[in-house]
Ligand binder design. Structure first.
Ligand code: DLL
Length: 447
């Protein structure tokens, strides 16, 4: 499948398309949705006031709370009879965030996900093992729609069931895998123990997302599996996976399907729009959706935009990989950091695996952080063998090595993030594995 023409048009033409669609969207929600009509009326903005793309700044923001407050359907602009599919995110508390798609929305989603597949190098010759969860989560069906649109054959595995995943991967000869990076690492460990040599499998590409992952994790995946690892981003509120994607040629930043989702970067504290290149909160206005179009939706994801041309030929604006969300950001003794920054540090050291959890506690008035990291199987096996042998000298040496590892990791974290943390090494398999998104933080501070 060729690229969509819109992916390579010049910027002025793109802006024309965006303006036309923005005007249409504002008119549509004003007419169809009482909540948006009220929001716009309060600001004294009429659809006709949107004359340029800069006028988007006159529109109100929409937050996750707005969707929750209007649970389940009050933020929909399409009527129920035109909705053909629902999705929802579970969230940590309260009611889920619900989204509804019309037939045209499913078509748009299929199209943007097909672009993501094509950019990842997926073609009709591929067998796609889709491990994203099918169900209310958008990952499974989104990747499914896109992959079948490019003509690939999809194995709709859904999440979990590691042994079965390994069996199918080998027996069917999957060439593409789609899942969260943390689940892929879990698959690797289980497969390695069972003697699977992933590099010998026909697997060649992976589209990974739904959670933050680091550049070091990409290197590690590419080495372990002998594949190209591409980043895939999206969120249910906007459409699901396929909001932005990496091209396999460059793999440096994600192209946004900006003819459908208009991006802005704002200062999360003031709401002011920031210029290209500056880091801040990503905001999207959907300019093609019918079911539940959203004006200036605050994603809480932190990134920056670059309009520099990409060597792949696409002119679509790129966003830097998302390293975290404003609500995942930990503020410890005044220092802000994202748990995903720890991942990059761990991957540089031998003997530890990228399964970790950051536990935060309050002792008196002080916040204390403990980073628990799993050691690798090899490290554990050697230590256990030494204990069984009863060789005091070897056991002592293992203890010294473990202590040194903890010291090194502690120093790396202090150097990179600037805070002192306690590092504990834990046996392999003791940090809970997730079938979907990994949980990296245990914040036990009183609220
Ligand atoms: O995670 C949609 C998705 C499915 C994307 C499969 C990619 C692949 P939600 O469950 O609504 O939707 O979660 C959206 O996950 O706001 C980000 O914080 C995070 N996220 C998604 N993709 C990435 C990524 C899906 N590639 C939230 N890198 C978003 C970092 C990501 N974070």
């Amino acid at each position: 499948m060729a690229w969509d023409k819109v992916e390579t048009i010049d910027r002025s033409e793109m802006r024309q398309i965006q303006l036309g669609r923005l005007q249409k969207t504002v008119g549509y929600v004003y007419e169809k949705n009482a909540v948006y009509k009220k929001k716009l009326d309060v600001l004294g903005v009429k659809p006709g006031d949107i004359r340029s793309l800069e006028d988007i700044r006159r529109l109100p923001f929409t937050t996750k709370q707005d969707i929750r407050d209007n649970y389940p359907f009050n933020l929909f602009s399409a009527s129920q009879e035109d909705i053909v599919e629902y999705h929802a995110t579970s969230g940590t508390t309260g009611k889920p965030v619900v989204v509804g798609y019309t037939r045209n929305d499913v078509e748009l989603w299929t199209e943007v996900m097909a672009r993501a597949c094509t950019a990842g190098g997926v073609t009709k010759k591929d067998i796609v093992q889709n491990i994203y969860g099918y169900g209310l989560f958008t990952g499974g069906l989104g990747a499914h729609y896109g992959a079948i649109r490019v003509g690939a054959s999809v194995i709709p595995m859904s999440g979990g069931n590691t042994q079965r995943q390994l069996m199918m991967m080998q027996d069917f000869g999957s060439t593409v895998v789609t899942c969260t990076p943390s689940f892929l690492m879990h698959l690797y460990e289980v497969g390695e123990q069972a003697g699977v040599d992933f590099k010998k499998l026909p697997l060649r590409v992976g589209l990974f997302g739904a959670e933050p992952w680091s550049e070091s994790m990409r290197q590690s995946i590419q080495e372990k599996f002998g594949i190209l690892a591409c980043d895939l981003y999206g969120l249910s509120e906007i459409i699901g996976p396929g909001v932005s994607f990496e091209c396999h040629e460059v793999r440096k930043g994600l192209h946004i399907n900006e003819d459908c989702f208009y991006p802005e970067i704002i200062n999360p504290e003031t709401g002011d729009v920031l210029p290209p290149g500056e880091q801040g909160e990503l905001v999207f206005t959907t300019i093609g959706n019918e079911g539940q179009p959203l004006l200036r939706y605050r994603t809480r994801d932190i990134t920056r935009l670059t309009y520099e041309p990409c060597a792949c030929g696409r002119t679509l604006v790129k966003m830097e990989r998302v390293t975290g969300r404003t609500d995942d950001m930990l503020i410890i003794r005044g220092v802000n950091f994202f748990p995903s920054q720890i991942e990059a540090i761990i991957l540089k050291r031998q003997g530890v695996s990228p399964h970790y959890i950051v536990a935060v506690d309050r002792k008196g008035s002080m916040d204390e952080v403990e980073v628990k990291i799993e050691v690798t199987d090899e490290f554990m096996t050697k230590a256990a063998a030494d204990v069984l042998k009863g060789s005091e000298q070897d056991i002592l040496q293992d203890v010294m090595i473990a202590k040194q590892k903890m010291e090194n990791l502690k120093r790396d974290i202090k150097d990179m993030i600037g805070i002192s943390v306690k590092v504990s090494l834990v046996p392999p398999g003791t940090i809970p594995r997730s079938e979907g998104k990994a949980k990296r933080v245990e914040d036990r501070r009183p609220r």
